[in-house]
Every structure is written in C-alpha cells, then in structure tokens.
Write a protein that binds this ligand. Structure first.
Ligand code: ATP
Ligand code: MG
Length: 359
C-alpha cells in the first residue's frame, strides 16, 4: 500500500535525525511490501524565516492536506527567530488546523537505557500518555479587570466541551482495549477544581460503560505525579486534560532515561486530516552540526506513524529493531554519546536499519 508522507526536517538536529528516521522507515517498508512516498519541505525552519519573514508559505494548508502524515524533525533556532514565533507560526498552526486533538507519548524503559528512577528495569515502565490537545485549561477565555487598582483581578476559564472530552476519552479507551493489560488511568483533580474536573470524571464514567473490558481508575494529578515516579509499573494508558497531560507527558519520558529516544505524535484519529509525528526533543542548538544527536526519538516516531497508518506489525518490527540495537550496549553498537557511546547519528541510524532487515 502507498502512503504519501510530508517530511519537514525543520531546524538544528531535526535536519540530522530525520534522514536516519527515513532510512529506518525505508528498511521497514521494504520488508513489509509497503511503500511510503516522501516529499521534503524546507518551511517551518529558521532558514525559511530568514528568506520570507514567516514560517510557512501561504498555501501550506492545501499543500500538507494532500499527505497521509507529516514526519517532523524539530523547529526552533532562537538566535534567528524567537521561539514563540517559530512555534506559533508552524507546529501550533498544524495542530489546530488539522484538528490533532490527541497528543500521544509512549513512555517505555528500553533495554540498555538507565532510568533516573532507582532499580528500574525494562518491563517496569511501559505506559502511554494520552493528552487532550485542543481545549481545557489552555483556552483564551478570560482577562483582567480593575487593572492597576488594588482590586486587580485575573480570570482564565477552562473550557471543556462534551465533544472535546468524549473524543479524547474514546481514543484513550480504544488504546487501552487494544493493549494486553487493558487498564486506563484518568488524571483528575475533582476534589479541588470543583466544576470542570467533576465533569471530566463524569464523562470518564460514561465512556467506561462502552468499554467493559477496560479496568479504569483515577488519581488526583498531584498523587498521580508522585506515583509516576514511585510506581511507574502501575500504569498502562493514562488519559489527561490539556494542562495535566502537558505535565505528565514530560514527566513520563523523563522517567525512561534520555530525551533523545522519546517520541510523540499529534494525532487526528479520524484520519480526516494528516497527523504529525515528531520527537519530544527540540532542535538542540548545543549539539547541532556535530552529527552526534541520537536519532532514536525520530525513528520511534516512524514506528508510531506506521502504526497510525494501519501497519501495526511493521511498526512493532521497527521498534523491536531499536530495542535489539539498544540492548547491545555502547560496546557492541554505535550508540550516541547521550547513551554513553561514541557513535554518530548516521552510524546508529544505519545499525538500526540493518537490524530491521535482518531480524
Ligand atoms: P524545545 O526546543 O522543545 O523547547 P529545548 O530547546 O529546551 O527544547 P532540546 O532542544 O530538546 O531542548 O535539548 C535539550 C537538551 O537535550 C540539550 O542539551 C540537547 O543537547 C539534548 N538533546 C536533545 N535531543 C537530543 C538528541 N536527539 N540526542 C542527544 N541529545 C539531545
Ligand atoms: Mg529548543
């Protein structure tokens, strides 16, 4: 089957890890008789900004809409364009226009990677954070009143719609239903946030009736953050509102070791619009240009993209190859410096592609 993929390497190490990701994807599609057709775009980068004083061309929406998915590196080069402009001018436009209402972050402790949590082994940490990506606490409803007086007051409203809450919950329940443990944890704070979070809880309870096989529990966000660190093995799929999900989706990957291997996806599950797959890390100006960035976050994103496109077997094969190479350790495999090796981005990319072909 053919899929058209828009490739946006962006800035800094994005331009270095994306080729390694494509190499691994091509090795995988070769084995599974799939075809991905990649088209490269230079926009959403500091270079594009320098030439055009904007991040995207006027017709970006029609251009990208023609693709099945967007394979994204990293955007941001603060010495040329301030981060809020590069981010708002590119990624956040994609997220909103293409209604990517789920942000997905798999958190798995890989073999050979040291967790900052003591005595944790692969298998102990393997959960998925599902973050609501379009509404909730990050609304622009609110403002300041009595400004400059001693009654100065600031309000910012949380907006939850039934459609918005239910669609992310449905997605999370489906994910949980398709995983072996069939367990869903909901992040809440209905003891303190007395209007919006009880509504969230109510919708979780309603949705759970449609997924009788999924075991559901809920934690207040403060306790949940503590349990991520103390008992990461308790979690399978974790669903959270925009703000809570934002926090958990940084805390989760942090528990699994290096930023260099963590993937993420901004998903439009109905596939009415293209979804976007990007590593958790940014453009990393401090190591850009040296060829030593870890490409695994980008490669893992490729596995998520295959899964999203309906090729779960190919996706699992690719991720398995990553695990195999990591398990060899820095003496046997060209792991990058963040994994205590001396390998380069390209060498690690080749090793993974090779492993994909031979396993
Ligand atoms: P963002 O652009 O998302 O705001 P940031 O600029 O704060 O993120 P990153 O660019 O992700 O941060 O880099 C944070 C640190 O992690 C840097 O020291 C960087 O070198 C390191 N790092 C990030 N990605 C990788 C990678 N793929 N391989 C090795 N080190 C990485
Ligand atoms: Mg950055």
């Amino acid at each position: 089957m053919n899929h058209r993929i828009a490739v946006i390497p962006g800035d800094g190490i994005g331009k270095e890890v994306v080729p390694a990701g494509i190499e691994a994807l091509e090795a995988t599609t070769g084995r599974f008789g799939l075809r991905l057709e990649f088209t490269d775009f230079g926009f959403a980068s500091a270079e594009y900004w320098q030439r055009h004083q904007r991040m995207l061309p006027a017709d970006w929406e029609e251009t990208l809409r023609a693709f099945d998915a967007i394979y994204f590196g990293a955007v941001g080069w603060p010495t040329v364009v301030p981060d809020h402009i590069s981010l708002w001018g590119s990624l956040l436009q994609f997220r909103r226009t293409f209604d990517q209402f789920v942000n997905l972050r798999p958190c798995r402790l890989m073999p050979g990677v040291r967790s900052p949590l003591a005595d944790r082994e692969p298998g102990d940490i393997d959960f998925l954070v599902v973050r609501e990506n379009t509404e909730g606490e990050y609304s622009s409803v609110g403002g300041r009143i009595f400004e400059g007086t001693d009654r100065e007051t600031v309000l910012q409203e949380t907006v939850m719609t039934r459609i918005g809450v239910d669609r992310v919950l449905r997605f999370a329940f489906e994910q949980a239903q398709n995983r072996p443990r069939q367990h869903l944890t909901s992040a809440t704070k209905s003891n303190g946030i007395a209007i919006s979070m009880p509504y969230w809880d109510e919708r979780v309870a309603a949705m759970s009736e449609r997924f009788p096989r999924v075991r559901v529990d809920k934690f207040h966000i403060d306790a949940l953050a503590a349990q991520f660190v103390l008992h990461p093995e308790w979690f399978d799929v974790v669903v959270a509102s925009n703000l809570f999900g934002d926090i958990l989706s940084d805390l989760g990957p942090a528990c699994t070791g290096t930023l260099g291997i963590a993937p993420s996806a901004n998903v439009n599950p109905d596939r009415h619009h293209p979804s976007l797959f990007e590593p958790v890390h940014g453009s990393a100006p401090d190591i850009a240009g040296q060829g030593i960035a870890n490409p695994i976050g980008q490669i893992w994103c490729g596995s998520m993209m295959l899964d999203h496109l309906g090729h779960s077997e190919a996706a699992a094969h690719l991720l398995g190859a990553v695990e195999d190479v990591l398990a060899l350790g820095p003496k046997e495999a060209p792991l990058t410096p963040d994994l205590h090796g001396t390998g380069t981005t390209a060498e690690l990319g080749h090793a993974i592609a090779e492993r994909v072909r031979e396993r």
